[in-house]
Design a protein around this ligand. Structure first.
Ligand SMILES: C[S@@+](CC[C@H](N)C(=O)[O-])C[C@H]1O[C@@H](n2cnc3c(N)ncnc32)[C@H](O)[C@@H]1O
Length: 219
């Protein structure tokens, strides 16, 4: 697959080694103490939104897919990621649901078969290069595979004008320098605008440096 250097940098950090530490370091330590959004808020987001057919994009370790209460015993789950290690880790973790795995760059047309009741985009946008206007292409990619009453939901870590502690600013700066994050210009207002330009029903909530979003009814 041909992806540009900035897109590649946003997924390159996820190796078997970093994925082994991800739940502890990101979902345990960083969410609570640096980004100030306890992971329970993200678990609630999943529990509120997952449907019987779900596509998750940017899957990491598959933590939320493993922990969330699904509305049916046998959900049809499709995992999409550019990184094969993430796909393998998440697929293994939720093997009991027999997920389908798809290697793809979410900024390109998605080779997945909808319609999906729910689309999860958790902690994906801050890994994508550019400003919110460029990242929002992912909303255009998922809208065509959304079921009529489906929901797109997720969360992203903002920088822009978001107040953050000194350690949070330092780690975010390092991540941006290495291309792990590309969120230097990401603001709440730009994200809201990008979603409202595309969906009739949009809800955003902010916890610390993290914004949670839910969007329905593509325009
Ligand atoms: C921070 S992890 C999020 C994992 C999980 N969703 C969570 O919230 O714990 C970001 C994931 O997005 C994937 N990713 C980054 N850029 C991508 C792209 N352009 N297309 C598809 N996946 C991408 C990475 O490989 C990684 O698995």
């Amino acid at each position: 697959m041909n992806v540009n250097r900035d897109v590649a940098a946003g997924q390159a950090v996820y190796t078997p080694f970093t994925l082994a530490a991800y739940d502890w370091f990101v979902l345990g330590f960083s969410n609570r103490l640096l980004w100030r959004c306890p992971t329970s808020n993200l678990r609630d987001l999943y529990a509120r939104n997952v449907g019987a057919t779900h596509v998750d994009i940017g899957v990491g370790t598959g933590y939320f897919l493993d922990k969330t209460p699904w509305p049916v015993p046998d959900p049809r789950i499709t995992l999409v990621d550019l990184n094969p290690h993430s796909l393998e880790a998440a697929a293994k973790r939720i093997a009991r649901y027999k997920p389908e795995t798809v290697t793809a760059n979410c900024l390109e047309p998605l080779p997945v078969e909808g319609p999906f009741d729910s689309v999860g985009l958790c902690y994906l946008l801050h890994c994508l290069p550019g400003g919110i206007a460029e990242k929002a292409i992912v909303f255009d990619r998922v809208a065509p595979v959304l079921a009529e009453n489906g929901v797109i939901f997720g969360a992203t870590i903002l920088q822009g004008d978001t107040p953050r502690s000194l350690p949070a600013r330092a780690l975010m700066k390092l991540y941006n320098r290495k291309g792990v994050f590309s969120n230097a210009a990401d603001t709440f207002q730009d994200l809201r605008q990008a979603l409202e330009n595309r969906f009739a029903d949009v809800a955003l909530r902010r916890f610390g440096a993290v914004v949670l979003f839910e969007a329905r009814r593509p325009l």
